[in-house]
Design a protein around this ligand. Structure first.
Ligand SMILES: *Cc1c(COP(=O)(O)O)cnc(C)c1O
Length: 373
């Protein structure tokens, strides 16, 4: 092979960054049960289809400069003024923009850990240092430990509630207590990608406005990728003080959302009953999945999201491989555990069938320790 031509090196910030994972193992055949990325099991409704198709008639025009049409609809949904809303191509993009807007090299991003795997990547890209605060024995955020870890270089505190990948959540009172105790001079980012699954619909809609009224240093992230069923359209949003929104807009290139994504999100917002149905189905299947997994002797963390966390430690890869053999894709965290998305009733049946077979063997060999929950 010819030697590669020389190339100017990219920034050192890229050195040693972990890559983004994907919710499936390397396999050529598609999985029957795609339970690795916490997506909704059902596709878009006819009205979302129609809205996306109609938007294409204007494909020769630029979309909203800042996604204003969607920001206005979201402001209405959450009882806020539109200056408190920024939209982006997924909440992960908004998170990237917030971290870049707030952190200089050497600054600290403090977060409970284990949490969402994108966090260290985004902090690293900004040249910031991650301060990872261990979860408690039940895989929950530990407020006292988190507060103790916020030092003078901390610029951002990043809280995922419910937490990915453990599914554990602090209740509203605990989050309020934590927000009140955190210093005013750090940006607190509350990643609520799974909020719809955790609370009642009115609280999910009204919660951010109540908190933003008390905490100017708070940014709430939400997404259309999970309970709203639009992961493929890439729509997320940030609710925050107008000065925070202005900083996001300063970092964000114009036209953050393509027209079909704007139209899809607007059509979804007009159909909250589809979200309510997904949340109800998720509650049923999550209970069936958790109970079945416990009964099979596996450790299961208490989940408030659309997935369950099995802290099987050194058996994570073996369990994920076994499930892959049954055409079930899950997310494996080697040495720590396995995260399984709640899907359709058929998905639950498939997981419970496969796990019972695996666990029976491993238990006989005395491998898996059931920590219960
Ligand atoms: C899925 C997920 C998101 C959503 O990301 P999008 O970019 O909006 O698809 C954000 N945060 C967490 C913790 C997630 O699990």
């Amino acid at each position: 092979m010819d030697a590669l031509p020389p190339l100017p090196n990219p920034s050192h910030r890229l050195d040693g960054l972990p890559g983004y994972g994907r919710g499936r193992a390397r396999q050529t055949l598609p999985f029957h049960h795609r339970l690795g990325s916490n997506e909704a099991p059902d596709g878009p409704s006819p009205s979302v289809h129609a809205a996306v198709a109609a938007s294409f008639a204007s494909a020769h025009r630029y979309p909203d400069l800042r996604g204003e049409s969607l920001a206005e609809a979201l402001a209405q949904r959450h009882g806020l003024s539109p200056e408190l809303v920024a939209v982006g191509a997924g909440s992960i993009v908004l998170l990237d923009q917030l971290i870049r807007a707030w952190c200089d090299p050497g600054d600290e991003v403090v977060t409970p850990w284990r949490s969402y795997e994108a966090y260290p990547i985004l902090a690293g890209l900004a040249g910031a240092r991650m301060v990872e605060v261990p979860l408690d024995a039940a895989a929950r955020l530990d407020p006292a430990r988190l507060l103790a870890a916020v030092g003078p270089r901390a610029r951002v505190v990043l809280i995922c509630n419910p937490n990915n990948p453990t599914g554990t959540a602090l209740d509203a009172a605990a989050i309020d207590g934590l927000l009140a105790a955190l210093p005013r001079d750090v940006l607190v980012i509350l990643d609520e990608a799974y909020a719809d699954y955790a609370g009642d619909a009115a609280d999910v809609a009204e919660g951010p406005a109540l908190r933003l009224a008390r905490h100017a240093n708070l940014a709430v992230l939400r997404t259309f990728s999970k309970a709203w069923g639009l992961a493929g359209m890439r729509v997320g949003y940030c609710l925050a003080d107008p000065r925070i929104v202005a900083a996001v807009h300063a970092v964000q290139p114009p036209f953050p959302l393509p027209a079909p994504a704007l139209s899809a999100a607007l059509a979804c917002l007009a159909e909250p009953e589809a979200v309510a149905a997904r949340v109800a189905l998720n509650a049923t299947e999550r209970k069936r999945l958790s109970d079945g997994l416990c009964k099979a002797g596996l450790p299961v963390a208490e989940s408030a999201a659309n997935f369950v966390w099995l802290p099987v430690g050194d058996h994570a890869e073996e369990l994920a491989a076994h499930l892959a053999g049954a055409s079930i894709a899950v997310r494996c965290f080697a040495g720590e555990g396995v995260r399984i998305t709640t899907g359709s009733p058929l998905d639950t049946d498939a997981v419970l069938g496969a796990v019972t077979r695996w666990n029976a063997r491993s238990l006989r060999a005395g491998h898996v320790e059931n920590k219960g929950s």
